[in-house]
Each structure stands twice: as C-alpha cells, then as structure tokens.
Design a protein around this ligand. Sequence first.
Ligand SMILES: Cc1ncc(COP(=O)(O)O)c(C=O)c1O
Length: 485
Amino acid sequence: MTSQVRGAQLARLLGQWHALPGRRRSPDYAALAGAVRGLLADGRLPLGVRLPAERELAEALKISRTTVTAAYRELRESGHLASRRGAGSWTMLPGTHRVASTGLWTPLDDRDMIDLGVAALAAPPELLPAARAAAEDLPRYLGGAGYHPTGIIELREAVARGYTARGLPTSPDQIMVTNGTQHALDLVLRLALAPGGNVLVEAPSYPNALAALAARRARITTHGLAAEEPGWDADLLLGALRQSRPKLAYLIPDFQNPTGHLMPAPLREQVVATAHAVGTDLVVDESFVDLPLDGTVLPPPTASFDRHSRVVTIGGVSKPFWGGLRIGWVRASAPQVQRLAAARVGVDMASPVLDQLVAVHLLADAPTIVAARRIQLTAQRDALLAALARRLPEWRVTVPHGGVTLWAELDGPISSALARAAEEVGVRLAPGPRFGLDGTLERFLRLPFTLPAADLVEAVGRIAAVRYDLDRGGRSQWREPAVIA
Ligand SMILES: Cc1ncc(COP(=O)(O)O)c(C=O)c1O
C-alpha cells in the first residue's frame, strides 16, 4: 500500500536544493537533508512514502552515494525518516511537529473580528427577490408530503441544464440535491468508502473535506501541490494513483481550495483514465467552478472524460450565491443517484423545498449574479495583493485566476503562531496546517478575498504588525480552544 517516490521524481521536487539559503555554510549532505525536510514540512512530499534507494537518488542528483547516505542518516536522526534493513526508508515527521488538522472550521459570530477563516461571500442583492419569488411558488408543493429525496424536479432540471451547457450532457435523474456540497461529500463517502478505506487527497486541501474523511476513518495518501502553477505534478499524481490504488480520490480541479489552481485539460483526462485503470472512484469537488477571473477559460469538466461512471461530481450554490442556503448536489449515474437517495433516507430524508425553490430562481439569474461576483472578487483580490506587496513584501503569492482564495508562502514556518497572534488583534486566520495532515504546511497561509477591500487592507495591516512582533519573541496563546466547532 505504501507509495514510493522515484529518484528522478524526488530530484525534480528538490529542484535547486544545493542553492537554498544558508547553503554556503553547510555541507552537501546537510543541505540535502534540509531540502527533504522542507518538502515534508510543505506537504510536497507526503508522509509514509518510500524514498528512492541511496544509489538511485545519487544518480538522479549526480552526487556521490556517500552524500545521500549521510543525508538519509541525518534525516533518520532528526526523526524524518524510518528505515528497515532491506526494505527501504519511509518519510515521517518527528512527534513534536504534529499539529491537529482536524476539527470543524466554522464562521465566527464575533462581529468585531475580521474573519479570514471563511472563504465565502455575503449574499448577493438578488437573494431577497429570489426568496420572495420562491414563497410564491411554494403553494404548488404544499399539496404533497414535501419529501423529495433526490430533490425537486425543477432544481434537478436546472442543475442538469448547467452541466449540459458546460459540455457535459446530463439528465435530471443524474442529479441529487443535497444540503450543501459538504453534505454531498459526506453522502458519497458513506456509499463509496468502507471505514478505513484508502483515499488520495491533494495537500493542501479543504479542511472540512479532511474532517469528513476523518469521520470515515479513511487512510489518507496525499499528493503535494506546488504553490506555483500548475500545482499538480502529473507524474507524481498519476504515480500515486497507480501505486496506492486508493478506493477513492477527492480532488478540487477547478480553482482548488486553498491554492486557487486550475487543473489543465490533459491532466484531467489522464487522471480519469488512470483512476479507471486502477479501480479508483474520483470525487470531483466543483465548488468554485462558477468563479473564473481575468477571462480565464475553463477546461472541460473532469467528468466529461469519464466513460465508466468513475467520476462523481459535487457542487453547490454556496460560492456563486450564498452558503446560508445550504443547497448543493451530486452529479453521478442515475443508478448511483438512486443508491445515494436510499442512503440519505437514513440521514436527513430530503432537502427543504423552499430553499430549493430559492436556488431555482438564483440559477435562472446566474449569469447576472456571477458576472457581478467576478467583478467584485477581482477588485478584492487585487486590493489584497496590493496590500500584501506593500506590507509583507517577503511573502510570495501566486495570483489565482479564479476562486476566492490566495495561498501565501510566508517568510518562515510561522503560520500557526501568526494565526494565534492575529487573533489577539482581531483577525481570524486559518493557518496552513489546517489544510494538511500531520502538522505540515506551516510556511503557508490561506487568505480569502471574500470580504470588502477595506477589511482586507485593514487585516493585512494588523497581520503585518503582529508578524514583526513574532520576531521580537512575544508569544501569544489562543484566547479560545484551538479546535473550532
Ligand atoms: C472545496 C469546498 N468544498 C465544499 C465546501 C462546502 O460547501 P457547502 O457550503 O456547499 O457545503 C467548501 C466551502 O468552502 C469548499 O471550499
């Protein structure tokens, strides 16, 4: 089950390892060990993978085997590698580095706090008229019992039309309406994954999806995304699927949360083909698909490459419209939808009819609403980028061309400490480790641009102030428990 990284793959991930900061003062083996530790801390190199044999890595890096032997020894001593004679060496993290990544991440009700922990917009002005129109429609449903386990037909038709318009022919019986995308994921996991099943996810990934997987006691394998475009490493991702043959892979190809990356069409096609070849089901989360920015053209939907019902797509109205509606959906084969609906009866029976009617009206108005969202998000993203460039110029950000989040690479492994300090000055942050497993990603921070520009600029000013205080040694404690329920 353990996956393995080949010499050439690790060499590519290591990149310019010999030219890293501080390099001049340290011998080759220490620099190599440091670079491997960096990849582990950033989640680019998953935990529990087998590293190449010393000779293979030495050849790939064109260095002496003695250097690799010494680097592996140092990694074993620092607790980053476990070796068994004849069997190889596996990556790990020292126990002290582990930070909980689980726990639910929910919005705060503290109105004085600038909440950058949540990546969702306030409701659009069209919401109230849509709710009024939905109330007018309601009498049409009042004569029935009101339970529609797959959703009301009007909404399933509207959602199916949306997929068809994107080049993915879909009939309403392939759609099941859920109470949000998160609920869709939970239902799909209940059906497709036995407790303890093996799942591949991106690192970083969406924290509440990781929480849903933890609830299924999934055994997780990660594919580390690079901060810079395109994020996914095709060779490593396909290799991970082939090696660990997970039961299921959960991917966010459209403006990935938190990195904002967009998976190119050829990789979508390869992922679907490889998943089919190794017997992996793909759960594709399209939460942000409606929010391309800068005129970005979307690749075909991932499911459009699927000929074998391997791909289950989940989506919803939270990102284009409003999270408070709690309307999402699953797109799958008609028989899968029937099985999901049967499973759902033991959970929540059905989604509220009134909210579904509101969603029908919003979807009818989607082009206008989404166009305004894009203009708003572009302006907010640019204000956030400008504030970061001004106040925190050492941080590196890849400009996302869609979605609602920036994934900032910080000037040190300070993300959790910074989040604690920021809370003291009224800014709530979701630190990097929230988006990974086992306490990695401390050099990263997700910054959503869903709040008004003035709030974002104010927040960056406060973050910059506490960032420089961190260097002066002030150490703050969480005011509240670190797990947010
Ligand atoms: C990738 C991803 N999936 C699912 C969700 C949850 O969406 P919903 O509000 O539709 O449950 C979010 C919300 O941030 C998300 O970013």
